[in-house]
Design a protein around this ligand. Structure first.
Ligand code: ATP
Length: 258
């Protein structure tokens, strides 16, 4: 049976303000789901609530059980390592539960493999703080994948990456999901990237769930206008996926109420 992430009456209130209001949804694993919505819509709050870093009301379950942190990978929007560690040391922290007095050969092998997959092998001995922003983001992603999570929550995890690395990361995530049947929730602003690489999206706006389902059914010219305040042309690429060409921002639009 396929695992599911289930949210029932999920609400988050912060500073007496309702950030998320009674969200209900059920997502089967084995997919990459985009979490979309304008600035302040509650994407990070939603991922934080699922990860257990933001207190909430309502029910959050994965595979018919409360979230098991051993099965979770969470990469918040600001994921930086302040400590003076090398890239390899940061990657190995992805398996910190298994690190004892010595690093087991299979963990070292898995870390080496993931560094190669991410194109980071040459940087393994470098101090992480000497890497570029995009390289550091790749390291943080690789660390989360080394955990082999059943549920992977990524908040704008490709925001610092160039086009080729964005595509490479989504290819890696696709292979990971096909191999493990995990569920990936990916908060993302780049709508064309979401259209191209996700199996479905959940769209937030004004604290609520605006829609859930395949990108092309959730994201229409009307929702883009109403929720994002943007007029756009909707095209279809040769692979049949939607492509959004933004034309203009509507003046005075306040989609998520600050
Ligand atoms: N620690 C906090 N205390 C109070 N309010 C907060 C806190 N963090 C976020 N908020 C508010 O919650 C709302 C949702 O924020 P959140 O960061 O979840 O949005 P988002 O969709 O991820 O935005 P962005 O796309 O800008 O990252 C915003 O109005 C924000 O001001």
């Amino acid at each position: 049976m396929t695992d599911r992430l289930t949210l029932e009456n999920l609400s988050v209130t912060r500073n007496h303000r309702r950030i998320l209001d009674n969200i209900d949804c059920s997502l089967p694993a084995g997919q990459i789901i985009g979490v979309i919505g304008p600035n302040g819509a509650g994407k990070s709050t939603l991922l934080g609530a699922i990860a257990g870093t933001v207190s909430h009301d309502g029910i959050i379950r994965f595979a018919d059980a409360p979230i098991d942190h051993a099965k979770l990978g969470f990469m918040p929007q600001q994921s930086q390592v302040a400590a003076d560690l090398t890239v390899m040391e940061v990657i190995l922290l992805g398996r910190h539960e298994r690190l004892g007095w010595r690093v087991a050969p299979d963990v070292l092998e898995a870390a080496g493999a993931i560094l190669s997959e991410f194109g980071l092998a040459d940087l393994a001995a470098r101090k992480i703080r000497t890497l570029s922003g995009g390289q550091q983001q790749l390291v943080m992603l690789a660390q989360r994948l080394l955990r082999e999570p059943r549920l992977l929550l990524l908040d704008e995890a490709t925001s610092a990456l160039d086009l080729a690395h964005q595509m490479r990361v989504f290819d890696l995530l696709r292979r990971y999901v096909l191999r493990t049947r995990a569920l990936v929730l990916f908060a993302i602003h780049d709508l064309n990237l979401a259209a191209r690489h996700t199996d479905g999206v959940i769209m937030l706006g004004k604290g609520g769930l605006v829609g859930a389902g395949p990108f092309e059914t959730v994201m229409t010219p009307a929702t883009l206008r109403d929720i994002y305040g943007v007029e756009a042309e909707f095209l279809t690429c040769r692979q049949g996926r939607p492509v959004i060409l933004p034309l203009s921002a509507i003046q005075q639009h306040s989609p998520s109420g600050g």
